[in-house]
Design a protein around this ligand. Structure first.
Ligand SMILES: Cc1cc2nc3c(=O)[nH]c(=O)nc-3n(C[C@H](O)[C@H](O)[C@H](O)COP(=O)(O)OP(=O)(O)OC[C@H]3O[C@@H](n4cnc5c(N)ncnc54)[C@H](O)[C@@H]3O)c2cc1C
Length: 264
């Protein structure tokens, strides 16, 4: 592991300023994705800018018809939050299924979204719930956020500050997880809202994606049987030692049905 300079700013402005003009500088949140790659020398940051001092980013609050989750809220806090359980139980349960207790105690929602691991759970949630990702400079619709494998619309020095989740009528997540890490081999979140139904898949492809054919069928009839005959083509799906592209395509259908059933 190469040496790096460590910073612990006390404000969002200072954190962002520390990344400006430094190509090798990175934000550090829970460290659950960044530190393993630094330890393996797969990333060699010149500076690590810890977000630990930004206490404004640690709250979960209900704001009208939205639940606003600060970027530094941990997966465990989302899972245990009474506000989240009351408003978006499916999201609280998704957070409780991430990794293990240590990962959930350290890992943050902002870090997970910025990292954009194709097998992470939150990408399905932000897409299905039609969330908005707030940063130090703008708001980004979830539909525009994930741009590729480990790639997002964020600028290199842009800091996620919060995620705004509209409260759905019902939402649930079903995952076929990796046996050791619990990362999604395939995870599907279904959300039913006044404006329609959204179905989002993670783990299956290079980035999370929605399934318009399933959304249309469920908008007409919100029942697992409405998905009969609707299949996701395996052509662009991942294939690895956990599951072939064809098996992932099959799992999308199975997890979508389970999520619909869990909504009722
Ligand atoms: C053993 C293990 C099992 C896991 N299992 C799962 C799982 O089942 N499901 C799942 O979804 N995830 C899983 N994870 C990943 C975990 O959820 C991480 O917590 C998460 O991916 C990254 O969050 P973090 O706060 O640790 O971010 P960090 O590791 O600190 O940072 C990750 C990246 O995001 C950037 N970043 C951090 N915060 C911000 C911010 N606010 N704004 C902009 N950029 C930022 C950093 O610069 C870095 O590039 C697992 C991890 C481990 C180690």
């Amino acid at each position: 592991m190469k040496g790096f300079d460590f910073h612990r700013p006390a404000s969002i402005a200072d954190a962002v300023a520390l990344l400006k003009g430094k190509e090798g500088a990175k934000f550090l949140a829970g460290g659950q994705s960044l530190l393993p790659v630094v330890k393996l020398d797969l990333a060699q940051p010149s500076d690590l800018v810890s977000l630990a001092g930004l206490s404004d980013l640690r709250s979960i609050r209900v704001d009208g018809d939205k639940v606003v989750v600060g970027a530094l809220v941990t997966h465990d806090e989302v899972n245990r939050s009474p506000e989240m359980r009351a408003k978006i139980k499916g999201l609280a349960e998704l957070a409780g299924g991430i990794g293990d207790a240590q990962v959930r105690n350290r890992g943050t929602i902002g870090g997970s979204l910025a990292h954009a691991d194709p097998a992470a759970d939150y990408p399905a949630a932000v897409l299905a719930l039609g969330a908005t990702i707030a940063t130090d400079r703008r708001r980004i619709a979830a539909d525009d956020f994930f741009t590729g494998l480990f790639e997002t619309a964020l600028a290199r020095d842009e800091l996620i500050t919060a995620v705004h989740f509209p409260v759905p009528q019902a939402a649930a997540y079903a995952k076929y997880g990796h046996r050791a890490s619990k990362y999604a081999v395939v995870g599907v979140m279904v959300a039913r809202t006044a404006g329609g139904v959204r179905v989002a898949v993670t783990g299956a492809g290079p980035k999370a994606f929605r399934v318009p054919a399933m959304e249309k069928a469920l908008a007409a009839r919100f029942a697992a049987a409405a998905l009969d005959g609707i299949a996701v083509p395996p052509d662009d799906l991942n294939s690895d030692s956990e599951a072939s592209a064809e098996y992932r395509a099959h799992l999308v259908g199975v997890m979508a049905r389970r999520a619909v059933q869990a909504c009722s």
